[in-house]
Design a protein around this ligand. Sequence first.
Ligand SMILES: NC(=O)c1ccc[n+]([C@@H]2O[C@H](COP(=O)([O-])OP(=O)(O)OC[C@H]3O[C@@H](n4cnc5c(N)ncnc54)[C@H](O)[C@@H]3O)[C@@H](O)[C@H]2O)c1
Length: 391
Amino acid sequence: MLKFSELKKYYNGKKVLVTGHTGFKGSYMCVLLKYLGAKVYGYSLKPEKGSLYELIQKGAKKYRSAELRGPLVAGETFADIRDAKKLTAFVKKVKPDYILHMAAQPLVLKGYEEPRYTYEVNVIGTVNLMEAIRQTFSRHGILSKIHRRGEVCDPVSILNVTTDKVYENNDLSNYAFKEHDKLCGRDPYANSKSCSELVTYAYDKSFFSNKDIFRISTARAGNVIGGGDLNENRIIPDCYRSIKNKKEMVIRNPKSIRPYQFVLEPLILYLNIMAMQKKNKKYEGNYNIGPDKKACLTTEVLTKKFFDAWIHNVGANVAVGANVAVGAKFTSPHESKFLRLDNSLIKKTFNYKEIFDMDSTMRCTTKVYSDMLHKKNIYQSIIEVIKDYIS
Ligand SMILES: NC(=O)c1ccc[n+]([C@@H]2O[C@H](COP(=O)([O-])OP(=O)(O)OC[C@H]3O[C@@H](n4cnc5c(N)ncnc54)[C@H](O)[C@@H]3O)[C@@H](O)[C@H]2O)c1
């Protein structure tokens, strides 16, 4: 693993194109990249009023230290990833050093409600991005120019972020998916991400095989937790809303077992994969990113941990409204009961060891949500969380 200070050497002054930069992971990634001195170029839908991204942006303008004050991104386009023309124009204009693909319809339930939209965004969106990259980096004869001039080429480094749900899941308890297992997500969201993996594979083999120009990987991450996520139908944001609105909290699938990780764990790994594969093609791959077995919890236990941490870190009085009703009021479509990843490849390749355990995760998560509730500077909260994490 590259230390945070080492990551600066790779990202300082570099152009990083992030799709989905206004989302939950994207917002944290923008702060991380700003901290590393990178120039971020974002492509996403317009963020909603009061979103985490908007709050961070507001906070960044007023941040106390001049070094980290100022706009989060060097440039951004608010447009649909299905709009191939706009996306291609953006990639061509930026000509990035790194490309991190996170724009997606990322919700399982919405996938059931709007399967066509989910496939269009997650599959055709990936095709559009791969095409934009192909057109930007091969059509202009970059390689031949470089060879003529005898220069050493600096390849574009691409990472497609998918999910741990890409595998065919028969709910075998205690089985941990390995990278070579069959890709066949069962519901539209999961399946669209399996397809996104296949699209990446086809582009790599068909168009990105010249490793002097292209380096590409995929990352299959599990569920992440972090303060400020406001997405619907996710367990931790639901916990926060139940506190904020003093309403009963209903757990959809209390006995489902999932791996949970602090949001900075996969994000720092994404930065590592992109940096290392740019330097050496041997780091290209399809990586499972998930915690060790002990961080696989039932939804019910995770919820309890959040409320306990809230009471401990923020104060019992705020959590009074948060009664938890388990599963009773909900009939939901199929979601896998058991999901665990074998993380040995990423551990071995990058010498990775998880930094935050569940207690630290909950401490930082409740801190950011509490700052959000109390209208504090969220950019500052996240900078403090990053400092805590890298210290
Ligand atoms: N959060 C998790 O627990 C988790 C777990 C596994 C994988 N992932 C993956 O990580 C990525 C980021 O997830 P997140 O939690 O930040 O999601 P999010 O919903 O918070 O953010 C999604 C981002 O994608 C953008 N987007 C959505 N539809 C778009 C469209 N049609 N055109 C352009 N941009 C569009 C949004 O504007 C936003 O910036 C996704 O690819 C998701 O599948 C997330």
